[in-house]
Design a protein around this ligand. Structure first.
Ligand code: ADP
Ligand code: MG
Ligand code: MG
Length: 204
């Protein structure tokens, strides 16, 4: 995936977030403070605009995304996603493109960034659970990038469904205690959209 394709991926994701802004916000209204969609839409709209005139390499694009998320999104998700993209930018430093074999290390770096920043290990019912599932799915070798992207997307969707029945123990949803059971996690759902956008990008 070269820099142009990475920009396509993020452009698709920005569109997806803007489309799903209200849905994400409704999910967050049920378990948090109802701003997840609004927060992400503000950041990804800015990223979409900045990418139009940006012609850096793959690592620079991830860095641009990270900086914009950290400065524009706020809440828990801004620094969490911002850290993930920052760590991924570091992995890509000096590379012309994301090669097929770069995905496991790239996703692992992003996932670890979220785990450290959020102080989570998995099972707390956050976006991290989905990142971890995707990272594990990336470890199996796959000759085709489109097949890999499908596997990542399926792992993300499956995990986002599985954690519905968990009780949240981190983030605002944890304040609900047992009442968080049965709800979707907003950050898990916005993470699924990132891998939906990736799949759409590599299979088109
Ligand atoms: P806030 O909760 O500050 O309003 P958002 O609504 O933008 O922030 O994001 C909420 C999402 O962030 C949650 O759905 C969850 O996936 C994720 N999240 C919250 N706290 C943590 C944490 N400590 N570690 C990992 N993810 C977290
Ligand atoms: Mg919120
Ligand atoms: Mg908030």
């Amino acid at each position: 995936m070269n820099a142009i394709e990475v920009k396509h991926w993020f452009r698709r994701y920005a569109d997806r977030i803007l489309e799903k802004k209200n849905e994400l916000t409704d999910l967050d209204s049920a378990v948090g403070d109802g701003d997840h969609g609004v927060n992400l839409a503000r950041g990804w709209k800015a990223i979409g605009n900045e990418m139009e005139t940006f012609d850096g390499g793959v690592s620079d694009i991830f860095l641009l995304v990270s900086r914009t998320l950290i400065s524009k999104v706020g809440g828990a998700s801004g620094p969490l996603y911002g850290t993930a993209f920052l760590r991924m930018s570091a992995v890509l430093r000096g590379k012309e493109q994301i090669g097929k074999d770069d995905w496991p290390g790239l996703l692992k770096a992003g996932c670890e960034g979220i785990g450290q920043r959020g102080r989570v290990n998995g099972g707390e019912k956050t976006m991290y659970d989905v990142w971890l599932a995707v990272t594990e799915a990336a470890e199996k070798k796959e000759p085709e990038e489109a097949t890999l992207a499908l596997r990542l997307l399926e792992a993300a969707r499956k995990k986002a469904e599985e954690i519905i029945e968990l009780q949240a123990t981190k983030g605002r949803a944890a304040y609900l205690g047992e009442r968080s059971i049965g709800h979707r996690d907003p950050g898990a759902e916005s993470t699924v959209l990132l891998f939906e956008a990736l799949h759409d990008t590599v299979s088109n």
